[in-house]
Design a protein around this ligand. Structure first.
Ligand SMILES: NC(=O)c1ccc[n+]([C@@H]2O[C@H](COP(=O)([O-])OP(=O)(O)OC[C@H]3O[C@@H](n4cnc5c(N)ncnc54)[C@H](OP(=O)(O)O)[C@@H]3O)[C@@H](O)[C@H]2O)c1
Length: 303
């Protein structure tokens, strides 16, 4: 099952997985029925396989996630939590669960999704979270490394509900912090559920996606039309859609990857071979921080 599978990296991951003959079925978990249908048709055409099934799921709405899981007739082998980004037109808008929309889309919906799947015994092997090098900072893009005061449960909760930002809510900075929180949650889950593999993976700087479409005009022009296609490839900061998606395919198929680890690009680049991101930002390996982020996001999960 791939969330946000109608576009960008999620859709290309579906295409690449369908080209593997051992893949029997791919659930495209999407929020928009007509976009999902269009993607399904295109994927069938390009892969020659009719193995794509649509599940309507808005990951920013936990009720929608719960409804989708209860309608799922059979267990899945692998979950790719791909939906996400900088949070749409109103990333700081508070959802009915009490978090910002950017948190709901990247993180809370996926926390509920994993919980519901595990509760119903519908997740068999592996869960992959689409993280980002933003979670350890990307100096060249002005994205700061997370620098928390105490990394307490309260501090993580204030990141998730947006209160820590007061009047200074910059989606590009907040994005890195939410991916950081999600990555810590994954590592905590890996210790809690040793029978399931939990991998965080960054696709790296990936072109040909819808990303940046919701940013304010100037930032959008800077990143989407100048940075990503022209400047960043020269600096080893962006690669093709197929290369980005291949990281997710490898993430669920490469048996040498270790549960609880966040894999992404080497220092100072966003392309090339993947490395354990704890070697760049050791806080990612701090089990107390992992458990605090985990507890903090659960404050917003309604039972
Ligand atoms: N591209 C990069 O360079 C890069 C780098 C690091 C990490 N990532 C991460 O990789 C993932 C995929 O990125 P991308 O660049 O492929 O993004 P994208 O082109 O913007 O695609 C995002 C997908 O997620 C879906 N989505 C967004 N909000 C959703 C919601 N509430 N419920 C269900 N689906 C939702 C979108 O559906 P709609 O079409 O309906 O909006 C779309 O299918 C994201 O988590 C992103 O943060 C990307």
């Amino acid at each position: 099952m791939i969330t946000g599978a109608n576009a960008g990296i999620g859709k290309d991951t579906a295409r690449q997985l369908a080209l593997k003959k051992e893949t029997e079925k791919i659930y495209l978990a999407c929020r928009n029925p007509s976009k999902a249908k269009k993607a399904q048709q295109e994927l069938e055409e390009v892969t020659g396989r009719s193995i794509f099934e649509i599940i309507i799921m808005d990951v920013s709405d936990s009720e929608s996630v719960r409804t989708a899981v209860s309608a799922l007739a059979e267990p899945i082998d692998a979950l790719i939590m791909n939906a996400g980004g900088t949070g749409g037109q109103q990333p700081d808008k508070i959802t009915k669960d009490g978090v910002t929309t950017i948190t709901a889309t990247n993180l809370l919906g996926h926390v509920v999704l994993v919980d519901e799947l595990l509760k119903d015994n519908k997740l068999k092997n592996i869960a992959l979270f689409a993280s980002s090098e933003a979670a350890r900072g990307i100096k060249q893009m002005g994205m700061k490394r997370p620098n928390l005061k105490s990394s307490s449960v309260d501090e993580f909760a204030a990141i998730f509900d947006g209160t820590v930002f007061k009047d200074d809510f910059d989606p590009m900075q907040v994005y890195g912090l939410i991916k950081y929180g999600g990555t810590l949650w994954m590592s905590s889950m890996a210790r809690k559920y040793p029978n399931i593999k939990f991998i965080s993976m960054s696709p790296g700087g990936t072109r040909g996606t819808q990303g940046f479409d919701d940013l304010p005009f100037l930032q959008r022009v800077m990143f989407k039309y100048i940075g990503m296609p022209i400047i960043m490839p020269l600096m080893g900061m962006s690669h093709s859609l197929a290369k980005g998606a291949k990281r997710f395919v490898d993430g669920i198929t490469d048996e040498s990857l270790i549960s609880g680890v966040f894999y992404g690009s080497k220092k100072n680049v966003l392309t090339g071979p993947i490395v354990d991101q704890r070697t760049i930002f050791p806080d990612l390996g701090n089990e107390i921080f992992q458990d605090n982020a985990h507890q903090a996001i659960y404050r917003f999960v309604r039972s």
